[in-house]
Design a protein around this ligand. Structure first.
Ligand code: UT7
Length: 363
C-alpha cells in the first residue's frame, strides 16, 4: 500500500517589525477605519533590512524540524512556495536547504502565488505517496514588502511578510493528507500582477521609473473571483476526501480579506468558531498565510489528533488550492521540541511607530 503523508512538524516565523494601520495612514491617504472595515487587517509584519526570503524560511523550518525531532540531514526534499524569492535565479529552496544542513535533499521553488503552499503540500504528498521520498519539507514564505509601491494605497495596506513550514513524513499510520483540489485559470492573469522583470517586459530603467516591478491589483475583480473559487475548491477537496463540510473540525483559509472568509463561511454554512483567523495581525502574507495560520491554530489548541482540517487558498493567476488533512500529531510537541525553544506562542516585540518604513527605503 502507498504510504500516507503525515504532517509531523510545523513552524512559523513573523518578522518582529510591526507596521500598524495608523503608521500607514501617515504614508498614504488611508485610515485605520477603512482598512479594518474593508479587510480586517490591523497590522502587518515587515522584514528588517538584513532579512531575506531564505532567512525567514529557515526560521520557520527549524521549528518544524524541531517539533518533528528530525535531523535536517534526513530531509529528502525542500519545496519553497513563494512569489518573492531571494533572486529570480537560483531557487531559494537550495539556499534554504544548505542553511538548514539538509545536505542530501533535493530542492525547488514553486510559484502559485497565494495558493503556493497548497500546491507545495500536494506536490510533497505525491512524492511521498509514490514512494520516492519519505521526508519532505514544505515552506510558504513571502517578503512582499519589497514588491509593494508604498505610495499605492490600493495594495500597500494589504500585504505582509512571514513564513510557515510543515514537515511531511511517510507513514503506514492512517490519516494525514486525505485529498486535494488544485485549480488555475489564466484568463485572470492581470488581476494581480508584477508587470515587469520577466520576459514580457524585461527590467529596464523605464520599467523601474514606471513602477512596473511592484504588485498591481484589480481588487474588486479578484474579490469576486476569490469568494466563488474558494468555496468551489473547498467543496472539491472534501468530495475527493469522501467528507462533507460538517465533517471538518477546523478550517484554515488564506488570510487575504476577512470579508472574503466570512462570505465563504456563510456560503458553506461553516460555524464561526471552526475558522482560525489571524489576518488582523499579519495582513495577507500570500503563500505564507495558510502555514502561519495552521501553526498558530495548532499552538492555540484548535487542532487535536483525529480532527479533520481543511486548508484553502486563492491567489494570482488565478490559482486556488485546497487540502483535507486528518491531524495525527500531538499538538503539545510544539512546546516540547528537544534542544530548541520554539517561537510559537511567544509574544512578538511591538516596535510601534518606529516600525513605519520610509517609502523610499522599502519601495
Ligand atoms: O491574496 C490574493 C487574493 N487577493 C485578494 O483576495 C484581494 C481581493 N480584494 C479585496 O480584498 C478588496 O477588493 C480590497 C480590500 C482590495 C478593496 O476593497 P473594496 O471594498 O473592494 O474597495 P474598492 O476597491 O471597491 O474601493 C472602494 C474605494 C475606492 O474609492 P472610489 O473609487 O470609490 O472613490 C478606492 O479608491 O476605496 C478606495 N480605496 C481606499 N481608501 C482608503 C482603495 N484603497 C484604499 C485605502 N484607503 N487603502
Amino acid at each position: 500500500m502507498a504510504p500516507n503523508a503525515l504532517i509531523t512538524g510545523w513552524g512559523m516565523y513573523a518578522p518582529s517589525r510591526i507596521l500598524t494601520n495608523d503608521d500607514l495612514s501617515r504614508m498614504v491617504d488611508t485610515s485605520d477605519e477603512w482598512i479594518v472595515s474593508r479587510t480586517g487587517i490591523r497590522e502587518r509584519r515587515v522584514a528588517a533590512d538584513g532579512e531575506t526570503t531564505t532567512s525567514l524560511s529557515v526560521n520557520a523550518a527549524r521549528d518544524a524540524l524541531a517539533v518533528a525531532g528530525l535531523d535536517p540531514a534526513e530531509l529528502d526534499l525542500v519545496i519553497v512556495a513563494t512569489c518573492s524569492p531571494d533572486y529570480p535565479l537560483p531557487a531559494t529552496s537550495v539556499t534554504v536547504a544548505t542553511a538548514l544542513g539538509a545536505t542530501r535533499a533535493a530542492g525547488f521553488d514553486l510559484q502559485a502565488a497565494c495558493s503556493g503552499f497548497l500546491y507545495g503540500l500536494a506536490t510533497g504528498a505525491s512524492f511521498i505517496g509514490s514512494g520516492m521520498y519519505r521526508n519532505v519539507l514544505v515552506i510558504g514564505v513571502e517578503i512582499l514588502s519589497r514588491f509593494l509601491d508604498w505610495t499605492d494605497r490600493n495594495t500597500c495596506v494589504l500585504f505582509g511578510d512571514g513564513a510557515g513550514a510543515v514537515l511531511l513524513q511517510a507513514s503506514d499510520q492512517p490519516g494525514g493528507l486525505l485529498g486535494f483540489d488544485l485549480f488555475s485559470d489564466g484568463t485572470g492573469y492581470e488581476g494581480i500582477i508584477v508587470p515587469a522583470g520577466g520576459t514580457v517586459e524585461p527590467a529596464s530603467a523605464s520599467t523601474s521609473a514606471e513602477g512596473k516591478h511592484f504588485i498591481h491589483m484589480l481588487g474588486r475583480e479578484v474579490y469576486k473571483y476569490a469568494t466563488r473559487q474558494l468555496a468551489e475548491s473547498a467543496v472539491a477537496a472534501l468530495r475527493k476526501s469522501g467528507l462533507t463540510v460538517d465533517d471538518v473540525d477546523q478550517f484554515v483559509f488564506h488570510q487575504a480579506n476577512l470579508r472574503i472568509i466570512e462570505h465563504v463561511q456563510r456560503q458553506l454554512g461553516i460555524p464561526e468558531q471552526k475558522t482560525y483567523i489571524n489576518i488582523e495581525r499579519y495582513g495577507n502574507t500570500s503563500a505564507a498565510s495558510v502555514p502561519m495560520a495552521l501553526a498558530e491554530a495548532v499552538a492555540a489548541g484548535r487542532i487535536q489528533p483525529g480532527d479533520n482540517l481543511l486548508m484553502v487558498a486563492f491567489g494570482a493567476g488565478y490559482t486556488a488550492g485546497a487540502a483535507v488533512v486528518e491531524w495525527t500529531a500531538d499538538p503539545q510537541r510544539a512546546f516540547l521540541a528537544p534542544g530548541e525553544q520554539t517561537r510559537l506562542g511567544q509574544p512578538q516585540q511591538q516596535l510601534g511607530e518606529q516600525a513605519a518604513p520610509e517609502p523610499a527605503a522599502v519601495g
